[in-house]
Design a protein around this ligand. Sequence first.
Ligand code: PLP
Length: 363
Amino acid sequence: MVKHRKTVEALEPYRPGKPISEVKRELGLTDVIKLASNENPLGCSPKAVEAIIKWTQEASIYPDGNCTELKNALAERFNLEPGQFLFGAGSDQILEIITQTYVNPGDTTITCWPSFSRYEAVTRIMDGKMIKVPLTQDYRFDLDGILNSITDNTRIIWICNPNNPTGTFITAEEQKAFLEKVPKDVLVVLDEAYYEYAHGGDYPESVELLKQHHNVIILRTFSKAYGLAGLRIGYAISNKEIIELLNRVRGPFNVNAAAQAAALASLDDQDFVQMSVQTNQTGKQYLYQAFEEMGLEYIPTHTNFIMVNVEKNSLEVFRALLQKGVIIRSGDIFDMDNWIRVTIGTPEQNKRFIKALKEVLNR
Ligand SMILES: Cc1ncc(COP(=O)(O)O)c(C=O)c1O
């Protein structure tokens, strides 16, 4: 047998939300909805679809490894330089590039828990150690707890803002005070996958912090409000020195050309993003009201998903909902055994989910 790295023995494959096709096949159902992976229920911009169709003529050509047009477009939008951006096959891939660049065996990275599970995976793949500080009582990132956990071995702090799965965020003021206390040789990754749903009010505009703080990487994605999850494209924003280092690790053609074309076209359709955010807002209010009527506790969210306490084993509820053709996420994967996480869908999907939940919980 070929010898594998010892590290791999302790890793587990990522458990994604169940695909619709699999549920249909396994349960013999014809009408299945998926509210499990925080995808955009409206799909993506028609401009993106047009760009993808146009791209098919060029499928035989390698993509632009530098994502030049996208970098230029975003640089103009954020008033930054193109060299401050790096693209990945989803922000997932950028998490890997970051640990490959910064984590040596035995180094530690810190985050809170429950949060996005990939921070731990990409750390451990590099033989790093993960420190997970519990969220606060109100399910928010415990910034003091993180500060208290920093040691000489700490390389990276992952801040999921807003947090997946709880939907809570840390405010601009909290983030600013936190960054001032973090040692300058510790990298802070601000994962803003749900930025479009959260921005405004007290939510930080992190790009403004890049000038003062040279140890910060911001992550954004086209997978959520832009509805391009299937194409895999996300990006990092930082200073040119950090981006230059990450670029040494990044593969040559890591973002496919269809994704680049679709993302570029999507940037030009902010009306679609607005419509997605508005649909999400309406759906959120509907679900809040339904949960309240059912007497269920939920965590107010600043994302396109909600965590709700079903007061029952979450795997059982997950399986029962599956039988009714509704795919959600059970909370056990986040160590929140009596909770489920549901993505906010279209009005029809939300209604169907609530009807099924009422039946499953007998409420
Ligand atoms: C907090 C967070 N970060 C990153 C990602 C990865 O997004 P993608 O790789 O699709 O850009 C997700 C996806 O669910 C997420 O919830």
